[in-house]
Design a binder for this molecule. Structure first.
Ligand code: SAM
Length: 309
């Protein structure tokens, strides 16, 4: 299992430097994947460090379990979504570090039968957890034109959403990712674009099928309640929709926009602080990694609450 689940961790050095601040600490990896980041955290956190890993994809969990078997009870893998981390991982809380490395893994993208790829043919599936929920093909069967246009605009920021949506709905039912990608290419009319014309449509459908932004919103709230004082939450995003959500939430948690009293002092003191104001861009910190080009790591720290006078 392990050998065909290769995924090189993105922004590895920056993640370790930003997150693993405590020898023997407790860490939660909400996007375990094949266990690349988790292994590095186990190695960096001393002989007593523990990692709890969550993934919604059973094949990722199996790969991580086999890869990290030698760490014994320092490592625990849990099947579930990171949106449910409060209930799944509360038994091990509070954590010194929580990591989310968002999106799909290279093995998920590269296996045509998972249905994420428009370059290799597969069923129009796109579920990260193939044991639950509806496939992208089933979602397309249920949608009307305004519904699909909304998904393409909201999750794909696709400027030609209406004409693409019409063509997709006319071509139903969809059985092949290659056929779907061809329909998008032909109907969108994009010529000479740097990325494949179906990139935004596939991203949008994948995000809708897996409720990716809903999961992220839930996790942002939950993670702050699971962090120890001094603990850090690190989130690696891969596109502007995710990054905007994380940036806004981190600014709110760190007191930005808190109402001020008559003297200009915030009326409540924040419990969190940003570690890097702009985050760490993958293109600067991990330039050799092909997936890092659009990656950004943002880190938030739980700070002690000032004692009352
Ligand atoms: C980019 S990969 C993580 C790779 C991992 N950091 C490594 O180094 O091997 C993202 C993983 O998160 C999982 N995932 C995405 N959204 C999830 C969610 N809401 N809940 C649980 N797992 C999720 C995917 O199934 C995938 O395995």
């Amino acid at each position: 299992m392990q050998s065909d689940f290769k995924h090189r961790p993105v922004l590895l050095e920056s993640t370790l430097a930003g997150l693993v601040t405590t020898e023997g600490g407790r860490y939660l990896d909400g996007t375990l994947g094949g266990g690349g980041h988790a292994k590095a955290i186990l190695d960096a956190s001393g002989s007593d460090g523990i990692v709890i890993g969550i993934d919604r994809d059973p094949s990722a969990l199996a790969a991580a379990r086999s890869r990290l078997e030698s760490y014994g009870n320092r490592f625990t893998a849990i099947h579930g979504t990171f949106g449910d981390m409060a209930s799944l991982a509360s038994a091990w809380a509070p954590f010194n570090g929580i990591l989310l490395d968002l999106g799909v893994s290279s093995p998920q993208l590269d296996r045509p039968n998972r249905g994420f790829s428009f370059q290799a043919d597969g069923p129009v599936d796109m579920r990260m957890d193939p044991s639950q929920g509806i496939t992208a093909a089933q979602l397309l069967d249920k949608l009307d034109e305004p519904g699909l246009v909304d998904i393409l605009r909201r999750y794909g920021e696709e400027p030609r959403a209406r004409r693409i949506a019409r063509a997709i709905l006319d071509g139903r039912p969809w059985h092949s990712t290659i056929d779907l990608a061809r329909c998008v290419s032909e109907s969108s009319g994009y010529r000479n674009s740097r990325t494949h014309p179906a990139t935004r449509t596939f991203q949008a459908l994948r995000m809708a099928v897996n409720n990716e932004l809903g999961q992220l919103e839930k996790a942002l709230e939950a993670a702050t309640s699971l962090l120890d004082v001094g603990g850090r939450l690190g989130i690696i995003t891969f596109h502007s929709l995710e990054d905007r959500l994380v940036k806004r939430a981190f600014r709110t948690f760190s007191g930005h926009g808190t109402p001020k009293d008559a003297y200009g002092n915030p009326v409540t003191s924040p419990h969190f602080q940003l570690i890097h104001r702009r985050g760490i861009a993958g293109k600067d910190a991990d330039a050799g990694h092909p997936r890092s080009r659009s990656a950004r790591l943002r880190i938030l720290e739980h700070i002690p609450h000032p004692s009352p006078h």
